[in-house]
Design a protein around this ligand. Sequence first.
Ligand code: KG4
Ligand code: ZN
Length: 337
Amino acid sequence: MIVLGVESSCDECSLAVVRNGREVLGQVIATQLEEHAPYQGVVPEIASRTHTRWIAGIYREVLRRAAVTPREIDAVAVTTRPGLIGSLVVGLSFAKGLAYGLGVPIVGVDHMLAHLYAPQLEEPVEYPFLGLLVSGGHTIIARADDPFTMHVLGTTIDDACGEAFDKVAKHYDLGYPGGVAVDRLARAGDPNAFRFPDSSLHKGEHRYDVSYSGLKTAVINQLEQFWDGESEKSDANIAASFQRAAIDMLLKRVLRAARDLGLHRVVVGGGVAANSYLRSVLAGHDELDVRFPPLELCTDNGAMIAGLGYHLITRGDRDGLDLDVSARVRGFRRSYP
Ligand code: KG4
Ligand code: ZN
């Protein structure tokens, strides 16, 4: 079965043609990095308008790369949640038109579950496992029981992890995207020059949650307070110290969850999965079986949508043309007093 996957939840416009949920016949990932770079962050209105301009051309290109004709497409899978509403609507509208025109089924796909499915495109990963999804828009620690079910254990109570990297980089004018710039600069820095705190205020059901707003404020406005008094107050030292605090905070929760739940397999996804410090710390944990999909499958891509879409279709899921989008992560409502 050949499934066309459509992903447009944020600033990547990506379509992929995948056979039987595994074999990527062709994929196009068009990033809007340059469109948003002047603002050093994703501007939702620009994102949706750019998707509108690009998506039809990307569809033609992905068919060419996959060497399939429209008639060979058996189903269309499309991200419907979570994401930027305007951006999601563009992908969904395109997918609906296509499915209707071709007379094939359409199925809506949860973007977070698709991230957790992504490594399966490379090699089988046994369930259950712990998922760590970290990007500019999401920060989630979850238990995945099968391709269709995840239980969110922890999240950020404020900024996303990648967003904190982006904001710190923006403040110090380090470059865009911020995570890449901080990671690069941190290699020449001392991670102990500033000792930023981990605000572990969260007990009980919040024991796996993180908070980046306080760390961001500390790095941007209260640097002096956390200085060791000796090291240079250089960009490299700030980057290295911030990166260590941001990633350690996350990994502490992941290790805690792995221990509590008795899970040793961890699947990592999202743009922050590229972080070299995160990778090196996790690699040092021999007790864990950590899977990092290749970078193009870590960040937003159409292949993971088509891959999971295949399994939804084969188990009988179908959506109608009334299929709608949602900005929120499914089944996750937690209020903070
Ligand atoms: O998954 P992604 O490409 O897009 C969405 O956010 O949807 O993730 C982008 C995020 C940005 O916040 C970027 O700064 C961060 O991932 N990022 C990194 C690194 N590379 C990208 N953060 C830390 N270290 C990196 N090497
Ligand atoms: Zn994503």
